[in-house]
Design a protein around this ligand. Structure first.
Ligand code: PHE
Length: 346
């Protein structure tokens, strides 16, 4: 190696080191490596110099060695840009999980009814024909069964309870609850669960949830039913909400009603800025059925209809929830997509 090559190397390295290189270790080996390091090579050059030249050159080399060492140490202690780490920064937040909007709705519905003395129960999703239909005053071959578009299971029939079905409504819990309480009122049940029907469009899914209320006691009247529904409407939708009952027909209630809640957008007026409210068109939304428990259903549950009366209602959780103010849920199928971009909004 020639002296000017050495000088050139030193100039290059000095420049590199002052720019805080990403990998100073490589430069350290290049400079101070035992065998082929730049300085060991320079030391061998030194040996070829005359005795007069040696001390000054040796001195110069030592100074350069020290300068390089200082620059290297500095470069080694400066974190490289690509591996920048600031240990004082707050830790990144972990994504927080949350309950599915339907679970939130179910919890809220449960709370509202528990506060007024109802007991939350759960009954089978895969049910016998007896509890889903027969005990509810719907004998086999009765046309009223058609409304429920039932999924029957391909399974052996029970000798007394009949076929197995995916329960099409939570009303299957009515007679089960009477049996659970040994046919001894008072009964105040809130049964929330999954239900299944052959249906699929923007407002219907094959699997959906219902919540079923059942109250049986002495002297229970339609007044109690109406009061309970009104209470729920105010608690769930806000103090301005109203409910109304319209005559309808179910085999397991007599009389039977359909339940409407006032529209939360137009406040039940049916008018918005001088036009018909597009959301409800009438001021009201239908949410489900209700009625006074049919004497045959009380009898099926071992309760004497001469002594006791009761009311029942059954509504869809998804539908009830979709009518919440500010929640423009045009397609309830979204609730079951498990898409975080949708679910994270709740
Ligand atoms: N089970 C009925 C339905 O699914 C609703 C209902 C429940 C009606 C209780 C009356 C009493 O449509």
């Amino acid at each position: 190696m020639k002296t000017d090559t050495f000088a050139q190397h030193i100039t290059n390295i000095r420049q590199k080191l002052t720019q805080a290189p990403n990998e100073p270790e490589e430069l350290r080996i290049f400079l101070f490596g035992k065998k082929q390091g730049l300085f060991s090579e320079a030391a061998s050059l030194l040996r070829e110099l005359s005795p007069e030249e040696k001390p000054a050159a040796g001195q110069k080399l030592q100074e350069l060695r020290e300068e390089m060492e200082t620059l290297l140490t500095e470069a080694e202690n400066t974190p490289s840009k690509t591996e920048w780490l600031d240990p004082t920064l707050p830790a990144a937040d972990r994504p927080v999980g949350r309950l599915h909007p339907l679970s939130q709705a179910i919890n809220e519905i449960t709370d509202i009814f528990e506060k007024i003395g109802f007991t939350r129960v759960r009954y089978p999703e895969v049910e016998w024909d007896h509890y889903a239909f027969e005990a509810l005053n719907m004998p086999s071959n009765h046309p009223a069964r058609d409304e429920w578009e039932t999924f029957f299971m391909n399974a052996p029939e029970h000798s007394q309870l009949g076929k197995m079905v995916l329960t099409p409504h939570t009303s299957n819990g009515q007679v089960r609850e009477m049996e659970r309480l040994n046919s001894e009122p008072p009964i105040r049940m809130i049964n929330i669960g999954r239900t299944y029907r052959r249906q699929q469009d923007v407002t219907h899914t094959q699997m959906f949830h219902q919540f079923e209320g059942l109250v049986v006691d002495k002297n229970i009247t339609i007044q109690h039913l109406k009061g309970t529904i009104d209470h729920f409407a105010k608690e769930f939708y806000g103090p301005d909400s109203k409910s109304r009952i319209r005559p309808f027909h179910f085999k397991f209630t007599e009389p039977s009603f359909e339940i409407d809640f006032s529209c939360t957008i137009c406040k039940g007026t049916g008018q918005l800025n001088g036009e018909t409210c597009r959301f409800c068109k009438s001021g009201w939304h239908e949410v489900g059925g209700a009625g006074m428990v049919h004497p045959n259903v009380l009898r099926a549950g071992g309760i004497d209809p001469e002594k006791y009366t009761g009311f029942a209602f059954g509504w869809g959780v998804e539908r009830t929830y979709a009518l919440r103010p500010g929640l423009h849920l045009d397609d309830i199928r979204l609730l079951f997509t498990a898409d975080p971009r949708f679910l994270e909004q709740f």
